[in-house]
Design a protein. Structure first.
Length: 290
């Protein structure tokens, strides 16, 4: 813009200089023309003066015309410069507006990219957490499956050991029963009265030991409660089974009686094989001892 203004000033200066040079030349030309005219009588002097005056008037008109033309050109140049300045201003404003729009668009794109990146990071984090949780669940499932398999194996082993134990107990019971029968066959016979006394005495011993292991459930009053318990023993006095066959009406009392019989194992057994035979399986009335 400054370059255009400088060029315009140079052009105006050249035009003005040329105009003034033209005026000077016209003046000189007019003066020279006037001086070369031959002297004439007084009657002829007036037209010469008129001619000079006409030339001056033409010169002034020409100067005015040239000045008007110069003024018009100057005004046109100034208008052109103003128009260029306005266009330059509008161009700058448009460029600034476009730059602002580009900056705003850039910010929006950056914000959008940031949001997309944050969403991507969040999704990756969520996926990572999901995979970690899935892996943990799979590990826990494997652990549970392993524990289940170990429990089944242990249960199977316990069942096998139980079956083996039962088999050994049966074999032991059969052996003891056979030995007892053999001893009974060899043992001297006792009178029924003596036998009954021995049965009564050992029944009291068994009852006494069972009551030693009986624990009264807290918060219950079992006065007057009774239940009938059926007991099965091995020849050694070990309790094989203890079950209530006639309930007292109280589940707590019945369970406490069964538990007392099992805890009292082994129960005392008479030495006489004939009497001991009566205690291999028997029932007795269980009541609270005060």
């Amino acid at each position: 813009m400054k370059l255009k203004k400088n060029q315009s000033k140079k052009v105006s200066f050249v035009i003005a200089f040329g105009l003034h040079l033209l005026i000077v030349l016209l003046i000189i030309f007019s003066v020279e023309k006037t001086l070369v005219l031959p002297p004439e009588p007084s009657e002829v002097q007036k037209p010469i003066i008129d001619a000079v005056m006409i030339n001056k008037k033409s010169l002034q008109e020409e100067i005015a015309r040239l000045e008007a033309k110069e003024t018009k050109k100057r005004e046109q140049e100034e208008n052109r410069i103003k128009e260029l300045a306005q266009k330059e201003k509008e161009a700058k404003q448009k460029a600034a507006h476009e730059e602002a729009l580009a900056l705003e668009l850039k910010k929006k794109n950056e914000a959008l990219e940031k949001a997309v990146q944050e969403k991507k990071i969040a999704q990756e984090k969520q996926e990572k957490e999901r995979l970690a949780k899935l892996k943990q669940e799979q590990e826990e499932l494997k652990k549970i499956q392993k524990e289940k398999e170990e429990a089944l194996a242990l249960k199977k082993k316990m069942e096998e050991e139980k079956l083996l134990q039962e088999k050994l107990q049966k074999e032991k019971a059969l052996a003891e029963q056979k030995a007892q029968e053999e001893a009974q066959a060899k043992a001297p016979q006792i009178s029924p009265r003596v036998k009954q006394d021995l049965i009564t005495r050992h029944a009291m011993l068994i009852r006494s030991k069972i009551h030693q292991f009986w624990r009264k459930p807290i918060g219950f009053d079992f006065e007057g409660y009774t239940c009938v318990v059926e007991v099965r023993l091995l020849p050694t006095g070990e309790v094989v089974q203890a079950a209530v066959v006639e309930s007292s009406g109280s589940l707590e009392f019945d369970r406490s009686a069964e538990l007392a019989v099992k805890k009292a194992s082994p129960l005392p057994m008479p030495e006489d094989v004939n009497v001991a035979k009566e205690f291999r399986q028997f029932t007795f009335l269980f009541r609270e001892v005060v």
